[in-house]
Design a protein around this ligand. Structure first.
Ligand code: SIN
Length: 331
């Protein structure tokens, strides 16, 4: 079989048309893997998956991560499923303002999954089980395309550098009560390469999601300004906004893609998304002992809060437009 694809964004992302991910033969699966390496984001529509089917398809890409213990953990969720929903274990809407929703709202900052783990995630597969009528989109931006568009001297400056990523830091940008000490102890800061090359095609990407908060050998303020500048370079013009339909399964490459969820009216509408996360092949930077992170500053918090608050209006304003949305005014 040869895959039929539709472009999602001129620079990355394709929909794979008419493929039932629960029934993919080995040859077709190899084509899916090749499409993933090339396009970084894959959309499969019309997949009404059980958790077991989602886990089985995801496992074909490699071993799966288990979720960390958090204030949003839900009893009864399989360990390989991250239940990103505003519904509790009794299937009731979680009240607006509840810390569990605030914790999940951390995913509304541009990030790459599990870059706070020593072995960061390879891929994530997000399945839309229930969606709100307005808002709750997910946006994607390519750090690979962002890197390719940087001036050559900046590319050279970044190559070989190491950044420090911390989940306690990034959730602290939302609210510093989201990570009690026993949860924080699960996720000490880790080192990650600042530039990563795809092992199949060699294309490089910077690696700078919201968990990145220091660059080894650089003063903190300078490092954080550079990290913000790089995120901005990837997300200013090169965004694909996915408007979910129930049954969509979207898979992305955490090695080179930033993503973020968009807000919706949590007090009225259910949004139930199940994510499986494929573990990476190994550490991206040498282990040189414990890594430390300086306290967050006003400009760091402002960067996080701006994403949590401002884009809400944009998301609501865009309600009723088409099924996907591409922003690249440079084209
Ligand atoms: C995620 O950050 O993995 C999920 C994003 C979303 O909920 O749209």
């Amino acid at each position: 079989m040869s895959l039929t694809t539709r472009t999602l964004h001129p620079e990355f992302g394709v929909e794979i048309v008419d493929l039932d991910v629960a029934r993919v033969d080995d040859a077709t699966f190899q084509e899916v893997v090749a499409a993933f390496e090339e396009h970084s984001v894959l959309l499969f529509r019309g997949q009404s998956l059980t958790d077991d089917q989602q886990i089985a398809f995801s496992r074909r890409f490699g071993p799966l991560e288990t979720t960390i213990r958090s204030i949003a953990s839900r009893a009864g969720t399989p360990i390989h499923i991250a239940n990103l929903s505003n519904v509790d274990a009794e299937d009731r809407l979680i009240p607006a303002g509840d810390k569990r929703n605030l914790y999940n709202a951390g995913n509304q900052m541009w990030h790459t999954d599990s870059s706070f783990k020593r072995v960061p995630a390879h891929a994530s597969l997000l399945s839309a089980r229930e969606i709100p009528p307005v808002g709750g989109d997910t946006q994607f931006a390519s750090m690979r395309v962002g890197y390719a568009r940087l001036p050559a001297d900046l590319q050279r400056f970044l190559d070989g550098k190491v950044a420090i990523h911390s989940f306690v830091y990034s959730r602290g940008l939302v609210d510093d009560a989201l990570m009690p000490p026993d949860h924080a102890a699960q996720v000490p800061p880790v080192r990650q390469a600042l530039v990563r090359a795809n092992p199949v095609n060699g294309r490089k990407a910077f690696y700078v999601g919201s968990h990145a908060c220091e660059i080894v050998g650089m003063p903190t303020a300078e490092a954080r300004a550079l990290l913000r500048e790089l995120r901005e370079a990837a997300t200013r013009q090169l965004v694909y906004t996915h408007r979910w339909r129930v049954g969509d399964l979207v898979m992305w490459d955490n090695r080179c893609m930033l993503h973020r969820g968009r807000p919706w009216d949590e007090s009225r509408y259910r949004r139930v998304m199940h994510r499986t996360t494929v573990a990476g092949a190994g550490p991206t930077a040498p282990d040189e002992g414990p890594a430390s992170v300086n306290p967050m500053r006003q400009e760091d918090v402002a960067w996080g809060r701006a994403q949590l608050e401002l884009v809400h209006r944009a998301s609501v304003d865009r309600a009723g437009e088409g099924a996907g949305h591409v922003e690249d005014p440079a084209r």
